[in-house]
Unconditional design. Sequence first.
Length: 143
Amino acid sequence: MRMLEQRPQTSVLLLESSAHRIGGRILSPQGADLGPAWIWPHAQPRMMRLLRDLDQQNSSATPGQARDNDSKKNNRKPLLPLIPQESGFGGEARMRGGLGRLIEELKRRVEQDVDQEMDAKVVKIVEEQHISHRGTSGSEDVS
């Protein structure tokens, strides 16, 4: 996501196995997760950073009442906070409304900049380059 914002000349082709939607195994009709459902905040710092970044970009205000008003104005509810799970493997949480909300938010942000080929047959994959991106928390590899 950051790479697309920082490098507008970057070309991205999204291949999906479904003919009608993006998201892979993530599917959340009416907010019920039918695919992956949990996030482990302490073990998935990149996922948490993505959720924070998306929430921050949706609202120019600080957390609290002003942020809630801004979210209502643009018809998007904040992705955070997550809902901690009482039982399970330990430390996992769920996203209010399901992980499908994350897919919809990402789709909304990139759909005009990404070529989408739905239900396409992949006959060849060629890796053209490997980009090493240095973020605020160190080096991140983007392939």
